[in-house]
Design a protein around this ligand. Structure first.
Ligand SMILES: [Zn+2]
Length: 395
């Protein structure tokens, strides 16, 4: 599987609804769904219509919006949920069932073969009711389940020909990239073509684990805007896009409308009532700010020296900070040139030293740097004028 063929299943409107601060109204969901589609995520996953009457009507409304993204919903593996999901008009259903001993309550006392039979029955029923619907099946908490159980269930479901895609789920964020590689390889060995990965971020590994899944042969990655979800969330859309852009920039530019990226993040942050974290990839406040003298000097000459992502591709601006003690004379010179203030290098070095000394004493601003530059330029001009007007020495 080439890294070029992947699809994003954005679950801001399902997993993101499980974020502790989220309480989306129908209008919020419509706005976010439209913006996700404008950005270009291939799928938008919605909360189960079984969750509440409002969730049901939201599924129906969003499924009818005619968005470019495919609309799917995430439900338990029961006939009851399946009937409701099909009725909403979504184009796909993501089924999930518990797998590990930590989630065995609903399956307590049941043999694996009995659980499997029940799952297959629901999948067959769904396929009969809605032959055209896309079906994904995944086991919750895949990475804490015994491997023999996993292969038995996935093999039987894969062989049944009832599903379009199998999903693996790092529900608690425990998996390491090599664990994911192992399970994806197992699924591939069963002849499974479409594999989806859903990874939680409890150990800040969700983005790299998503990449590991793709590299091993997965095809679909779950994300949410700002990574919102249960506890500290899942693979963030921005983290995943940044990861993939660093490897395949042209592909990412062709696949998604990157100029919609900031708007989408600002919208979700506003609706949820949080700030975009300052260090969030691409859209965080500090993502394209350069400060240290060595960095600013290099970035002015060649942005690629300290940037793997071109901010312009995302309609973002690069900022060079110069009003601080770590400033460099090249960055000060660059600022002076913006105002057409010309200095010799030795002069600008002296000015930079003045600025550093000032910053050692107090917090300074760009305004104070500009004032110093202008004052020094005026002094220089005065000196030059005086030199020109002074009477020539007589010999
Ligand atoms: Zn999750």
């Amino acid at each position: 599987m080439s890294l070029k063929e992947f699809a994003i299943v954005d679950t801001t409107l399902r997993e993101g609804e499980q974020f502790y601060k989220t309480n989306f109204s129908s209008q919020d969901k419509i706005e976010i769904a439209r913006q996700l589609s404008d950005f270009g995520t291939e799928y938008i996953e919605l909360t189960s219509p079984f969750a509440s009457p409002g969730s049901r009507t939201d599924c129906e409304t969003i499924a009818k919006m005619g968005l470019k993204s495919k609309i799917i919903t995430h439900i338990r593996c029961t006939k009851e949920d399946a009937i409701l999901a099909i009725d909403t008009g979504v184009s796909g259903i993501n089924f999930f069932a518990p797998s590990s001993k930590h989630h065995g309550k609903t399956n307590a006392g049941k043999q694996d073969s009995q659980i499997l039979e029940e799952i297959i029955n629901v999948l067959r029923f769904t396929r009969e009711q809605a032959p055209g619907i896309k079906i994904r099946f995944s086991l919750e908490d895949t990475f804490r389940a015994p491997v023999d159980k996993l292969s038995k269930i996935y093999m039987a479901i894969g062989k049944s020909g009832l599903v379009d895609r199998l999903g693996i789920t790092d529900t608690v964020g425990i998996a390491l990239p090599h664990d994911i590689e192992k399970v994806v390889t197992l699924l591939k060995s069963l002849g499974q073509k479409e594999i989806e990965f859903h990874g939680h971020n409890d150990t800040q590994s969700a983005v790299i684990n998503s990449y590991a899944a793709l590299k091993a042969g997965a095809t679909h990655i779950d994300t949410s805007v700002l990574g919102i979800g249960e506890r500290n969330g899942i693979t963030s859309l921005a983290g995943f896009i940044a990861r993939m852009y660093s490897l395949e920039a042209d592909l990412i530019k062709a696949k998604y409308n990157l100029d919609q990226f900031k708007k989408l993040h600002t919208t979700v942050a506003r609706i949820v009532g949080i700030d975009i974290p300052f260090n969030h990839p691409i859209v965080g406040e500090s993502a394209f700010i350069h400060k240290a003298g060595i960095h600013t000097n290099a970035v002015i000459l060649n942005p690629k020296s300290y940037e793997i992502i071109d901010p312009a591709d995302f309609d973002e601006l690069r900022t060079i900070l110069i009003a601080h003690k770590l400033t460099g004379w090249n960055a000060i010179k660059n600022r002076a040139e913006k105002f057409k203030l010309t200095f010799e290098d030795n002069e600008i070095k002296e000015i930079a030293l003045k600025i550093k000394k000032m910053a050692d004493e107090e917090n300074i601003t760009l305004k104070s740097v500009d004032k110093i530059l202008i004052a020094n330029y005026e002094k220089k001009q005065d000196r030059q004028m005086k030199a020109q007007n002074s009477p020539k020495k007589k010999y």
